[in-house]
Structure formats: structure tokens, C-alpha cells
Ligand binder design. Sequence first.
Ligand code: BTN
Length: 272
Amino acid sequence: MRPIPSAPLPEWLRSARHLLQTHRLGQSLLYLPQTDSTNALAQQWLQDGAPEGGCVVTDDQTAGRGRSGRRWLSEPDANLTFSAIVRPDLPLQDWPLVGLAVAVAVARTLESFLGGRCVRVKWPNDVLIEGRKAAGILLESSRDARGTPHLIVGVGVNVNQAGFPDEIGQRATSLYRETGTLQPREAVFALLIDTLEQMIGLCAGNGISLLLRLYTARLYALGETVTFYQTGAEAPVQGRLLGLSANGALRISTEEGEKAYHAGELTTHAPA
Ligand code: BTN
């Protein structure tokens, strides 16, 4: 097995660690100034005995992975790019609920740096400020050396990025763009990790209904007419977005009645 590379924590991450109030999440940090993808490194670390709650952090992610095979572009030293290793207390089929919990945690963290402005979550787990994407979440399931399943929770948050490449410029934003002020990454990271632990903790028993309420309160396009591209389906579906079912599926009222979808992409545009 290849040795896991690591480097001393930079100043901002050492400060963040002092601010953390979590029991497990982020208590063990693996840092590299540059890496291809923190999700890839977290998977390698998991194989090598990473503790549950361990987080991989980098300041320069050179081949960030996005959902549906897309890339995640992030300016070096400006943002947060990290992956947490978690073992949800849920049956495997309910693990997507963790993605909703992560989206709520990111939204609540951003809200507190935006003076309480509402941040929206676009199902399943994009995080939007005024309709522009400020954070992305990529969940990948993986196994440790004993074969026990874990979830790699990859999070990219645009904190201090001022400009974006043309291909995403109109659709992306950052805390800096929204506030006009550079934000302390250590404080954003610490609050996010604290909130993540709380929200992931809701993913069991009675907590789930509270989690779904917190999510639905921020749900992008709720009550609007949407177009939904279901994964694997040939044609998109149009209908009114009703909210979420008890297992986190997306409820849409279509011409053929109410449907619940578990995977796909949502837009408010008419089909092309
Ligand atoms: C998306 O919106 O498509 C998901 C983007 C997820 C990006 C994060 S950045 C940290 C982690 N490592 C990766 O390679 N991807 C995730």
C-alpha cells in the first residue's frame, strides 16, 4: 500500500482546530498543500485505517471531482476543499439523507456569514446564494480495509474567490462576492464542521423529520414549476415541486400524478 502523504497544518487550519467544538468530526486532520482530490485521498486514508470523523483538507485541489462526472474548480488558498469520513447510523439505502444534512449544514454556516440572508439548497445538495452556486457536495461510498462501508463527504465552499472561469462565471458565487469582504477561512471551516456534526447527528430516528424541515425551509424552487432530469431516464419530467418524502426523495406533481424521485437534476428552465 502507498504511504499516505501529509504535511504540517497551515496557520489557518491550526486556528480552525482550536475553534472546533466537535466530538469526532475534524478531530483528526490530514492536510496537504496540494492534492488532486480530497475525496480520492480520503478513500486512500480510509483503507489505511483513518479514524471515523477524520477530514482531509487541501489548499489547492488540482482535479476536484463534481457530481455526474463534472469537475470542481477552486482557486488555490481562497476556499474550502475538504472531505470527511463518516459512518452513518442508517441503513445503506438511507445514506443519501446524509447529503441533505450536509447541504443544510453548509447553508446554515453560510447564512451566519451573510447576516442571516437565506441560502437555498437545490436538491439534492447544491447550495445557492441568490440563485448562484456557492458550494458543492459530493458523497462517495467507500470501504475500509475490513470491508466496512463508509461515506466520503466531499465539500467545496467558495469563500474568498473573487472571479470565476467563464464557463461557470454567471452561475457561481462566493462569500466574498456576496459580502464584499474577505472572510476568515478558519472561522468558516470550524463553524461548518461543528454544524456538520450536528446535522449528520440528526440522520437517525426522530431527528430525520427535523432535518427534512430544515432542508425544506430552504428548498430552491419549492412550489414552482420545474423540469426534472431523472438519472437514466430518456425524457425529462415537468411538474410542480411539492417537497420531500420521508426518505428524502423529491416529490413532484406531474400530469400523471405525484411522483417521487431519488436521483437526477432539477432546473426551473423549460426542457431544451
Ligand atoms: C458538485 O457540486 O458537483 C460537487 C462538488 C464537490 C467538490 C468537493 S471539493 C472537496 C471534495 N473533493 C473533490 O474532489 N470533490 C469534493
